[in-house]
Design a protein around this ligand. Structure first.
Ligand SMILES: CC(C)(COP(=O)(O)OP(=O)(O)OC[C@H]1O[C@@H](n2cnc3c(N)ncnc32)[C@H](O)[C@@H]1OP(=O)(O)O)[C@@H](O)C(=O)NCCC(=O)NCCS
Length: 155
């Protein structure tokens, strides 16, 4: 196993955006949305959900992991869970998820969910390994409210 790297987990701040965006662009298969994932979109998300999103900062001071986490008063939701490739399998992902779950619990939220592409083997292995339940009794429905919110997938 690779040498354990040091990292710090803390609440996401608006000023983290450039580092988070740089990280997102390195994650294969990520779909980045032109409006929701813009600096303004993330600022709006953080203003509505203060203190529940998280970053991991690596030894060189850069953002090496991030999760957007919020809730609607009833259910929590995680978006864009990611760790830079050279920091994977060191517990960063799990530590960030635990941060988010504790932040949601502190706000009296009792359940949290997320969406993973079925083809995302690494992501699905991660959620299974850290004890999340894959629902097989549900269909996921959505409806686009703004066609300008274009998704670009990283290769
Ligand atoms: C998924 C992801 C966030 C995991 O981050 P991570 O920091 O490597 O995860 P952790 O080190 O906390 O892993 C916790 C456990 O999950 C499981 N796991 C993580 N990655 C795995 C992999 N590639 N294959 C199999 N199991 C894996 C292991 O059981 C691991 O514990 P172990 O290393 O002691 O065996 C990271 O791989 C990533 O950014 N992937 C690309 C983006 C993505 O797919 N995000 C999820 C979207 S739904």
């Amino acid at each position: 196993m690779a040498e354990q790297k040091r990292f710090v987990i803390r609440a996401m701040e608006e000023s983290d955006y450039p580092g988070i965006y740089r990280l997102w662009m390195t994650i294969h298969g990520f779909g980045i949305r032109s409006i929701d994932d813009s600096e303004e979109g993330v600022r709006r998300f953080l203003a509505r959900n203060p203190g529940t999103s998280v970053v991991a900062v690596g030894e060189d001071g850069t953002v090496i992991g991030a999760i957007l986490c919020g809730h609607d008063g009833r259910r929590g939701c995680l978006y864009h869970v990611c760790v830079r490739e050279d920091y994977r399998r060191q517990g960063v992902g799990k530590a960030m998820v635990v941060f988010c779950m504790n932040a949601l619990r502190a706000e009296k939220i009792n359940k949290v969910s997320l969406i993973a592409f079925t083809r995302n083997d690494v992501g699905n292995a991660f959620w299974n390994c850290i004890g999340w339940t894959r629902r097989e009794d549900l269909n996921y429905y959505d409806f686009t409210l703004n066609e300008a919110n274009i998704t670009a997938f990283n290769r």
